[in-house]
Design a binder for this molecule. Structure first.
Ligand SMILES: [Zn+2]
Length: 139
């Protein structure tokens, strides 16, 4: 029997799989990194999913009291969980890269990123300073 015909071993179950199944899995699967806390709750999801998990949301609500844009009074529990690095730009759904923003600031930050500056507001907190519109050049 040649090496190409040997079956694959599915380590999780100890089950042997035909080579065709191994090839199909390799073509159709992706690798995901999950980081869990001591209670087995998922904290980091990488790029596998866009939306924050319930455990991530609970942790974020414990860290923040309001929208993470300076001066915005909307309480965190009424905010959306926002990717600090926009998801569409490759941002990860990892606890350290998520925070609460109100709907307005979530959209405005996406549309006008030049108006915001990210900074660390504590060991496990981020904030955005609102810089406002850039001055227009007079000709
Ligand atoms: Zn806001």
């Amino acid at each position: 029997m040649s090496g190409r015909r040997l079956p694959g071993l599915l380590l999780a179950t100890g089950q042997f799989l035909p080579v065709s199944d191994i090839h199909r899995l390799a073509r159709t699967s992706s690798v995901a990194r999950l980081v869990m806390d001591a209670d087995s709750e998922i904290l980091d999801m990488g790029r596998k999913v866009r939306r924050a998990t319930a455990a991530q949301r609970r942790t974020i609500l414990a860290r923040y009291t309001s929208c993470m844009v300076d001066g915005c009074p909307l309480p965190a529990h009424l905010c959306q969980i926002d990717h600090i690095d926009n998801w569409s730009d490759g941002g990860a759904t990892d606890l350290d890269r998520l925070g609460p923003t109100c709907q307005f600031h979530n959209r405005d930050r996406y549309r006008r990123p030049e108006r915001y500056r990210l900074y660390r507001a504590g060991k496990d907190r981020w904030a955005f300073a609102y810089l406002g519109p850039r001055p227009t050049r007079r000709t």
